[in-house]
Every structure is written in structure tokens, then in C-alpha cells.
Design a protein around this ligand. Structure first.
Ligand code: C2O
Ligand code: CU
Ligand code: CU
Length: 469
């Protein structure tokens, strides 16, 4: 089992020392390569409206540092995994071949796929076996999604070893289709000096895993040319790192969230992407700028090193011909007045902590995940208000399967702030001692999960099950 072979570093001061052995030569990676486009998953079907392909989850070896062999687990050999780029209305048929030594699933993060096609924990595919996922993308589902494994207890490891791919659903009429588009997948890499991907330490399990490198499309600080205005789709595929994105001196206009376009363009000076979250921005400007991830104090336990600002990407901007920017992108209707309420309280309990990560309890409503327990029930189509209350000292990015939701308001230190942006999301951060109220309506019957998207917290139990009836 994944937890048996790990490095028991302990926590607090000793863990910090263990993370940085004195005198060890720091591993470096080359920077400055041109941002590579994502590998596209090829459609094997010639029929209109059909996307058919195979994904093979298998161990392989890549050279992240030239000349150094790094064993990874990938979909079809690439890190990050391939991009599935389809349209609303398409039927997607994906055969997954599991050549890992562990059971796995594919979860279609954010997409409204039927529950039995959504790769839930409990529907694992055994090593050596395969299965076919099949779903049709409804009109209105255009947006920026991703896919990754979701096997019970092994999600964190499968993702940090390289298993994650990207998914774009396009509307037939997209008001921004005239703009050149770039894809930026942020991932976190924790590499040992021998070039191997490190196991999770106790600190990683507790605070969520962060690596010494934050990569964009698998590269450290790549470069990008921006002539005129570009549309960037961005994915935070890190296990636990928060990305407080800033593009100094250039213009950044948010146009989309997880579940597609906003109603109107929304200029931003910075943008927080929690683990699992996506955004679309339009960028333009003049001169050189680094896209920065500014330090974000997300509340960690133990004696962890302070956060600092890191450059993710170096971009060279030229003004070019100013592309037209529509003032309206689409119409988003509020979900309406909720007729049911739910409260989810996030907490952790380290009281009985040993050197086994499973001794740390990450809970929702006082319970760790149990596949044989249904925690909540909703009725198809009913609008509900969920209060997500964070009773802990760490940020937790909440994620719900099966549908997109709308953030209605936030309560923090006795103050209530209505949410300014009406947007479709499937992941929302909840700060320590904050409550976030979301409005949500599930549209399909069946079992769904919801969880913290710091993947270590999910694996350690901060997950629950919802039956939609
Ligand atoms: Cu991206 Cu249930 O996860
Ligand atoms: Cu998901
Ligand atoms: Cu968490």
C-alpha cells in the first residue's frame, strides 16, 4: 500500500531538517524553453460529433532534466497528459487501459457526466484491466476542465507521479474564438537529487505536497511571445499549491472560470487559483513580464519554511493590432432561491498522530470518508444553499462532482460579503475560519463525491458522498 513505503520524516522541526539535508547538492532544471503546446489526444473517429480515443495509464521514464532519467506514470507517455479538445454536443468515448501496478479510475473533473462514468472511488479498474468511459457533453457545458485518477486512497500519488490530462469543451459560438489561445498547465514537481520523484513526507501529507519546482506544461519558467491579445486557459494541477497569479505591468482580464465564460470581461490585478481550479484570462501589453505566483499564506501546520514569490513563465509582449473585445460574453442566470440547506464543516484532528499518515484525521462534519456511508442526499434539480465552513487553521479548496455551482457569499470574522462575480465553478477555496455559501443544483441521479482538492487531504478522509435522488 502506498502509505507503507513512504519516508517517515516526522513533523515540525525534524521534518524541516529532513527536507533539506545539509550539504546536499541542489538539483536544478533548465529554464527558458519556448512554452510547448499540450499534446493533443487524437480523435480516432471520422463521424461528426464523436470523439473516440484510448488512454493508456502506464509507468514510463522521461527526461525532465536532460540526461537524468525520471520514472513517471503517464497517460500515453506525456507529462502533462494529453488535451482532449471537443465541442458541446459531442459524444466522448475513451478506453482506459490500466498498466499501472495499482487500481485506477479516470475522473472527469468538472464535467456533467453520468455518475457511473465519472471514475468515482469504488469503481476502480484493476491492474491489467481496461474499461470504456462514455458520455455526451450537453449544450452549456463549454469550459476548461481536466481529468485525473480518483482511486480510493491513491489519488495523490497517481497525480504527483504524472497522471493528469486536460479537457476543453468549446461552444459552437464562442465570442472569443478570434483570439489566439495558449494553454498553461501548472504542476508541482518534488524531485530528489537522483532525479526520482520523491515520496510524500509526513509534512506533505499534513499540509499537502509542494515541490521545489512549479512547472508550466512540464517546463521550468518557459518563455512565451504575446503579440496583440491572447487568451490563456490556465489549470492549477498542483496537489496543494495555491497560485496567486500576477502579471506585473501588463493587462490581465479574467473572462472565464472552471465552468466557462463569465457574463462580461473582468479586469484583474491578481487572480488566486486554488488547487484544482481553472481560469481563462485575456492578456496584452508591451515589453517583458514574468507571470508570477505571489506568496500566499494558506496556513500550514508544523514549522514550515515561509512562502515566497516565484516566476512561472517569462512573456514578451508586443502591442500588435488590438483585437476586438466584446463587452458581453454570455448570459449567466443566477440559480435562483434555494429551497434546501446543507452545512459542511471542515476540520482536522492531529491528536493521535503517529508516524503513520493515516493517523491524521481530515474530516467533513466530524467524519473521515467512508465508501460505505452516504453523507448527504439531494433531489434532482432542487436549488440548495451549501454553507462550507472552515473550522481549521488551513485553507481547504472545496470541490464537488457532477455539476457546476455559483458562489453566493462569504462570511469572515462577522462580516458578510456577497460574491461580485456571477460564475460557474466546481472548486472554491475556503479560508481558515471563513464560511463560503454556494448555490447548487444537481441535474442527474446517482452517487457523487465532494472533497478538499488538496489531494493528500482527500486521501486522508476529507471527502463525503452525496446521493442525488
Ligand atoms: Cu479533481 Cu474529485 O477531483
Ligand atoms: Cu472532480
Ligand atoms: Cu484540505
Amino acid at each position: 500500500d502506498q502509505m507503507a513505503g513512504m519516508n517517515h520524516a516526522g513533523h515540525g522541526k525534524s521534518a524541516k531538517a529532513a527536507g533539506k539535508p545539509a550539504g546536499a547538492k541542489a538539483l536544478t532544471l533548465p529554464t527558458g524553453a519556448a512554452l510547448p503546446p499540450l499534446v493533443r489526444l487524437k480523435n480516432q473517429s471520422k463521424k461528426p460529433g464523436q470523439f473516440v480515443a484510448t488512454l493508456r495509464a502506464a509507468p514510463t521514464v522521461v527526461q525532465i532534466k536532460p540526461g537524468v532519467r525520471t520514472p513517471v506514470w503517464t497517460y500515453n507517455g506525456s507529462v502533462p497528459g494529453p488535451l482532449i479538445d471537443v465541442h458541446e454536443g459531442d459524444t466522448v468515448t475513451i478506453k482506459l487501459i490500466n498498466q499501472l501496478q495499482q487500481p485506477t479510475t479516470i475522473h472527469w473533473h468538472g464535467l456533467p457526466v453520468p455518475p457511473e462514468q465519472d471514475g468515482n472511488p469504488g469503481s476502480e479498474i484493476a491492474p491489467g484491466k481496461s474499461r470504456t468511459y462514455r458520455f455526451t457533453l450537453p449544450v452549456g457545458s463549454a469550459g476548461t476542465y481536466w481529468f485525473h485518477p480518483h482511486p480510493h486512497g491513491h489519488t495523490a500519488e497517481q497525480v504527483f507521479r504524472g497522471l493528469a490530462g486536460l479537457f476543453i469543451v468549446r461552444a459552437k459560438a464562442d465570442p472569443l474564438a478570434h483570439l489566439p489561445e495558449r494553454h498553461l498547465v501548472f504542476s508541482d514537481l518534488k524531485l530528489q537529487t537522483n532525479g526520482r520523484i520523491a515520496e510524500n513526507s509526513m509534512d506533505d501529507w499534513m499540509n499537502g505536497r509542494e515541490g521545489q519546482f512549479v512547472l508550466v506544461n512540464g517546463h521550468l519558467q518557459p518563455t512565451l511571445q504575446v503579440l496583440g491579445r491572447q487568451r490563456w486557459r490556465m489549470w492549477n494541477a498542483c496537489s496543494a499549491r495555491y497560485l496567486r497569479l500576477k502579471l506585473p505591468e501588463q493587462s490581465m482580464i479574467q473572462v472565464g472560470t472552471d465552468g466557462g465564460l463569465l457574463g462580461a470581461p473582468h479586469p484583474v490585478t491578481e487572480l488566486l487559483l486554488a488547487p484544482g481550479e481553472r481560469a481563462e484570462v485575456l492578456v496584452s501589453g508591451d515589453g517583458n513580464s514574468a507571470l508570477m505566483a505571489l506568496s500566499y499564506d494558506r496556513g500550514k501546520m508544523g514549522d514550515m519554511p515561509p512562502e515566497h514569490d516565484i516566476p512561472l513563465l517569462h512573456a514578451h509582449f508586443r502591442i500588435g493590432v488590438p483585437a476586438e473585445l466584446p463587452q458581453q460574453l454570455r448570459t449567466i442566470e443566477p440559480l435562483g432561491t434555494p429551497t434546501a440547506q446543507k452545512e459542511l464543516v471542515f476540520s482536522e484532528d492531529m491528536d493521535n498522530m503517529t508516524d503513520d499518515p493515516a493517523s491524521m484525521k481530515f474530516m467533513i462534519n466530524g467524519k473521515v470518508f467512508d465508501m460505505n456511508r452516504v453523507d448527504l442526499t439531494s433531489k434532482v434539480g432542487e436549488v440548495e444553499a451549501w454553507t462550507l465552513r472552515n473550522d481549521s487553521d488551513m485553507d481547504h479548496p472545496f470541490h464537488l462532482h457532477g455539476t457546476q455551482f455559483q458562489v453566493a457569499e462569504r462570511r469572515y470574522k462577522g462580516q458578510t460579503t456577497p460574491e461580485k462575480l456571477l460564475a460557474w465553478r466546481d472548486t472554491v477555496n475556503v479560508r481558515p475560519q471563513e464560511s463560503v455559501i454556494i448555490h447548487v443544483a444537481q441535474q442527474q441521479k446517482g452517487r457523487r463525491v465532494y472533497h478538499c482538492h488538496i489531494i493528500e487531504h482527500e486521501d486522508l478522509g476529507m471527502m463525503g458522498q452525496l446521493d442525488v435522488i
